[in-house]
Ligand binder design. Sequence first.
Ligand SMILES: [Zn+2]
Length: 82
Amino acid sequence: MTTRAVQFKPDANIVPCPQCGNKTHFVIHSAQVAEDYCELWASCHCGHQPAPEHAFEDVWGGVNDDNVQIVMSCWNDAFSPA
Ligand SMILES: [Zn+2]
């Protein structure tokens, strides 16, 4: 499993963590879940993370900047108020 700590500006378009209110410090996780794809997701620095169905599936699972953006949009989808 690969992880990458990321930090965003306070005015970034990120839904605050429902547990602690953090919206700037996250860890991006990438785990190979099958032979031919990986799942990526974000966790808050408090450890809170979205349900597995909000993970992003990617063939290579890299934690490059493009995938970080996608993973954070998955975070937003998971925690934005209905
Ligand atoms: Zn949190």
